[in-house]
Design a protein around this ligand. Structure first.
Ligand SMILES: O=C(O)c1ccccc1NCC(=O)[C@H](O)[C@H](O)COP(=O)(O)O
Length: 217
């Protein structure tokens, strides 16, 4: 799945707390927007806010609900209000639980989790995952950030998104070097905690598109 020379890298921006920012990101051309519903998440929003976020999404831009050990009722309510295209699970949820909501799911893993697994064990443990999201340590800067992913699982038959520390300025190198199916960013598009910035989002998207154009050359 890595070093995909032909497809366009999918871009997701995370951590949105304000409907106006959702609309702006949508209009700038992001593929998907992640909303955090996990207790204690840095940009946690309330389930009751999900409907406002959904209405702010432009047509053809997907909403993703990011969850970590939320109760079944909470996840059902998020699904009802947000109608997400994808659920991303970050906690101890197992495959049976994650697939039970009738929405495709992505399994997120921190570096210490995925570094101990290979493509086979990931797929055996999460057979119904539509995608995997691998998070690097947040503190790393390039080129250490690229090195973080130097032992990515080979031969994964599912889309792979990379996240953690990705921003304008390093996204191009990450796409050019590693060729992931998708990338996502949270702090990299903010000017202050919870305040995304149009210029930073624009730069991120432009640098990603430029890197895609250079792929395979
Ligand atoms: O937060 C968790 O518990 C967690 C569990 C499993 C995988 C990832 C998890 N969190 C990821 C983060 O908080 C990310 O590092 C973050 O969303 C990426 O943000 P950024 O580096 O600001 O783009």
């Amino acid at each position: 799945m890595l070093k995909d020379q032909f497809s366009r890298t999918r871009i997701r921006f995370d951590g949105f707390t304000r409907p106006g920012d959702v609309r702006l990101a949508s209009e700038l051309g992001v593929d998907a927007i992640g909303f955090e519903f996990a207790q204690g998440a840095r940009r946690q929003i309330r389930v009751e806010d999900a409907r406002f976020m959904r209405h702010a999404l432009a047509p053809l831009v997907s909403g993703v609900a990011i969850l970590r050990d939320n109760s079944v009722d909470e996840v059902r309510e998020v699904v009802r209000q947000l109608r997400p295209a994808l659920l991303e699970f970050r906690g101890d949820e197992d495959d049976v639980r994650m697939r039970s909501f009738g929405v495709p799911y992505a399994r997120a893993l921190r570096r210490e989790e995925w570094a101990m697994m290979n493509a086979g064990s990931l797929q055996t443990r999460y057979p119904n995952a539509s995608m995997f999201v691998l998070y690097a340590d947040e503190t790393e800067e390039p080129p250490a950030l690229e090195a973080e992913w130097s032992w990515l699982p080979e031969g994964l038959a599912r889309p792979l998104m990379l996240a953690g520390g990705i921003a304008p300025g390093n996204v191009s190198a990450i796409i050019g070097t590693l060729g992931p199916w998708g990338v996502s960013a949270l702090e990299g598009i903010e000017v202050a905690p919870g305040r995304v910035d149009g210029d930073r989002m624009n730069s991120f998207l432009r640098e990603s598109r430029d890197a895609d154009c250079r792929k395979g050359r």
